[in-house]
Design a binder for this molecule. Structure first.
Ligand code: ACO
Length: 423
């Protein structure tokens, strides 16, 4: 097996090492390319560019494989809780029962946010998007915990920042929702586990105890686990690149939240439901909308279809599709947009355009339907994605810092004007 690759430029041959990952992935290490040849590589959208070596998540887009720290996503979604998976991603091992209890307890001790943070809500316009609020509120945590600004925090200090981030995220996400309804805020309760506490702050009644539907807790656990990490995607790369300037955890996560917001990334879950609603309002003619998606002169894209790396199937979509059927059945929901979703899915499996381009429903195609069944408005869907993705972002930020990776700074090929002068 070749351990070097040759690049020939102007008749001269240069050798570069070939790196093999633990799952057999191959990469040509071109870190010396510019020094040796004076050339850089050009790769729009980083479709062929590895930015780091990572031991957190493995995915094989051709085979439809996704593993966190070596564990298949199917097993984790079936047997683990979201907090166990968060611990696994951040610290590298599944926690023992004692470690998990301690982790939960530490998080419970930090779920309150500073009362002054509530004043921010008074400044946001009443219909402002929850993702804008989330990004700014998370960044604002750094103003309340200035110790997080120190780039050389000890492990213990860094860990406390991580715990605070995980703990306060649920409260911020729940408060955003309550504020959007104009409802009074519900404060966290230490006796509840991570997911139950979040559901309590979101759906509880202030004066009563809370008995969440176990099916809802299970669906939330699954959804958040499926979203917990996805190697070097747009938002995670953003978190790593912002963090590479020694920027604090809160600001780095806030940048990741902004990157996630776009409809080509996490914002797709909101866009899917809005698309399904639009098709329904238009009479439900899925053929017409499939034709629009295929028409190169029409800007319409089938939201929730296609993926940059999954070119066979998205293993998360498989699990979530089943969870979607289960939760709708157990809650007795008959959602008309689901029928439209099923027709579109069927078309994707049989239409040559979708087959040729390997366009399959992705995780966001189904997650919105579940969130809707649980009672969330569509503007909250991407916020829930961010809640799930948080441990992944933290793990990637931590790994990048631990490995002392250099500041991220791509190069470019300049194609602008040359040698212009002022009169
Ligand atoms: N509907 C119709 N056609 C599509 C779609 C779609 N959803 N996605 C890709 N295509 C077509 C493109 O027009 C292109 O066709 P062509 O080769 O004839 O020009 C071909 O498929 C390849 O598409 P690219 O845009 O080059 O693929 P890329 O890997 O850059 O994009 C992406 C991936 C952004 C996910 C894209 O498929 C898309 O826009 N999907 C809809 C948005 C979505 O669901 N995003 C969520 C992704 S999952 C996540 O981030 C959590």
């Amino acid at each position: 097996m070749s351990t070097t690759a040759e690049i020939k430029i102007d008749g001269q041959t240069y050798e570069f090492p070939v790196i093999t990952g633990t799952e057999g992935e191959k990469a040509i290490d071109i870190s010396k390319l510019r020094d040796l040849t004076g050339h850089i590589t050009l790769d729009f959208g980083y479709k062929n560019t590895g930015s780091t070596k990572s031991a957190i998540t493995f995915l094989d887009g051709e085979q439809g494989v996704l593993k966190y720290r070596g564990y298949p996503i199917e097993e984790l979604a079936e047997k683990a809780s979201f907090l166990e998976v968060a611990y696994l991603l951040i610290y590298g091992e599944l926690p023992s029962k004692e470690t998990l209890d301690k982790f939960q307890k530490e998080i419970s001790m930090h779920t309150l946010i500073h009362e002054d943070m509530k004043k921010f809500f008074d400044g946001y316009p009443s219909k402002s998007h929850p993702m804008a609020q989330l990004s700014s509120l998370v960044c604002s945590l750094s103003t309340f915990y200035p110790e997080s600004l120190e780039p050389n925090q000890t492990e213990e200090e860094k860990n406390l920042t991580i715990i605070k981030m995980l703990a306060k995220m649920t409260t911020i996400v729940a408060f955003i929702y309550k504020k959007s309804l104009g409802h009074p805020l519900i404060y966290p309760k230490n006796k509840y586990d991570y997911i139950t506490n979040y559901l309590w702050m979101t759906f509880g009644q202030r004066t009563e105890d809370f008995e969440p539907n176990p099916k809802v807790v299970s669906a939330m656990n699954k959804l958040l686990i499926l979203h917990a990490d996805h190697e070097q995607n747009c938002s995670t790369s953003t978190v790593r690149i912002v963090g590479s300037s020694d920027c604090n955890l809160y600001a780095s996560i806030s940048a990741g939240i902004s990157a996630l917001w776009g409809p080509l990334h996490g914002g797709a879950n909101q866009a899917v439901i809005e698309m399904l609603e639009k098709i329904k309002a238009d009479g439900g003619d899925t053929d017409k909308w499939i034709a629009k998606a295929k028409d190169k002169n029409d800007p319409f894209r089938m939201m929730g279809f296609g993926h940059r790396v999954y070119k066979n199937f998205d293993p998360r979509a498989k699990i979530i599709k089943k969870a979607c059927d289960d939760i709708l059945e157990s809650l007795g929901i008959n959602d008309p947009v689901l029928e439209i979703a099923k027709k579109l899915e069927q078309a994707a499996l049989t239409d040559q355009y979708f087959i040729d381009r390997k366009l399959y429903p992705n995780v966001d195609f189904y997650s919105g339907i579940i969130y809707r069944a649980l009672g969330f408005p569509s503007e909250m869907f991407t916020v829930l994605f961010a809640l799930g993705r948080l441990p992944g972002w933290i793990a990637q930020w931590k790994e990048m810092r631990t490995n002392k990776e250099p500041i991220g700074r791509p190069r470019q090929v300049y194609v602008g004007d040359v040698d212009k002068h002022m009169k």
